[in-house]
Design a binder for this molecule. Sequence first.
Ligand code: THU
Length: 137
Amino acid sequence: MEHSALAARAAAARYNAYAPYSGFAVGAALLCRDGEIFTGVNVENSSYGLTVCAERNALFAAIGAGKREFAALAVYAAPIGADEGPDYTRPCGACLQALAEFCEGDMPIIRLRTESDFTVTPFGELFPYGFTLSEKE
Ligand code: THU
């Protein structure tokens, strides 16, 4: 699948973000190795700490559907009502740790700044030294 097609899915999902407190809408699209795509958005709460990021919502939806192998992730974060983010989105540390459980270091992370402007970074470059319970190569 083209990176631009997965990027478009993240951008479309982003419109469903529930972010009344931060005003920052995030959309993620996770491509499984079998070709299926799971999307997620950030879901905030009046008890702020309960907020869950878009990336983890996409990942956990996929895991719940039985998926374990992933090919790419696209993420797009920008203020609600705007179509341009402050930067090419980097997933937060908590999401990177959650993704590290399942994703290889060479998995492409498609980081959007606008719907059509993105950059692609290998997962291992964004998160080279995650926590593990046992030694990993
Ligand atoms: N957020 C995400 O959805 N993904 C990230 O990787 C970092 C931040 C959300 C959480 C919160 O709803 C809003 O962005 C501002 O932090």
